[in-house]
Design a protein around this ligand. Sequence first.
Ligand SMILES: Nc1ncnc2c1ncn2[C@@H]1O[C@H](COP(=O)(O)OP(=O)(O)O)[C@@H](O)[C@H]1O
Ligand SMILES: [Mg+2]
Length: 305
Amino acid sequence: MTLPDSEAALRQARVVCVANQKGGVGKTTTVISLAAAIADLGARVLVIDLDPQGNASTGLGIRIEEGEPSTYGVLVDGDALRAALRATSIDGLDLLPSSLDLAGAEVELVPAFSREHRLERAIAEVLTEYDLIIVDCPPSLGLLTINALVAAHEVLVPIQCEYYALEGLSQLLRTVDLVSDNLNRHVRVGGVVLTMYDARTNLANQVVSEVRNYFGDLTYTTVIPRSVRLSEAPSFGQPITTYDPSSRGARAYQRLAREVSFRMELPVQIPDETNLERLLGSSFTVPATDTDRDDRIAPAQETDA
Ligand SMILES: Nc1ncnc2c1ncn2[C@@H]1O[C@H](COP(=O)(O)OP(=O)(O)O)[C@@H](O)[C@H]1O
Ligand SMILES: [Mg+2]
């Protein structure tokens, strides 16, 4: 899909916030991998790191010190967003980085004027410069996540294929409703993506069907497999699409990138339309686990050891 120049100039970024107040469900991994895969399709993408942990920043190879231009200055001091942006090593992918000082913003913003609208105002100046702005939220429903919800057109919710996958989600959905009733009537949950799927466990399949029952068509067809390569990539400061482009994790996020681009009508070239139709037409695509020898499968319970 190519727009005439005049239309392209008027086009504004789709703003998506990736949220789930649970930690460790794959928010940051999804932000980094999806952003890189969509930039690879030719879209102009901005990642906003809204988590004081700064994992999206370091995962994209950018580590900043406290005091350097960052999300903190933009939200708390009203610094210009443009001055804080960094180009990443991926063509078409920029980053607004964060560092630990952002943790203070949650408290410092409480008495601030129009505290919920800080991010929305900050991104207004670059909306025509990107096709997609994707915000990595911290694992809480505090003021930082509220800022993301107020700035966003839609919420993408990663859900880990694990015990209690749906627990706590009603709180997130309530928060989205509250924001939509009071602060941004457009925001809604626009998609759900299942992460860390391990075909060897019955539990994972159970979670997949529960989520599909509950969220229906909002659930993306692509399911992200649990994969060691995906967990290794951040320590090399690279998205999976660069670190190991042929791994199962990379291929899954590339597939998700096509689905997301299609649903959000992003101006990208999707290489093989027939494949996409096949992909979107099938009700349930889970990754193969035993046919791929290029990629080891992480143990399902690695965090419990
Ligand atoms: N599909 C996956 N397979 C294996 N490890 C993963 C996968 N997705 C994320 N991880 C790892 O799990 C941990 C939590 O993921 P992360 O994306 O940081 O979650 P969140 O941002 O929700 O806290 C990280 O160490 C990450 O590398
Ligand atoms: Mg994170």
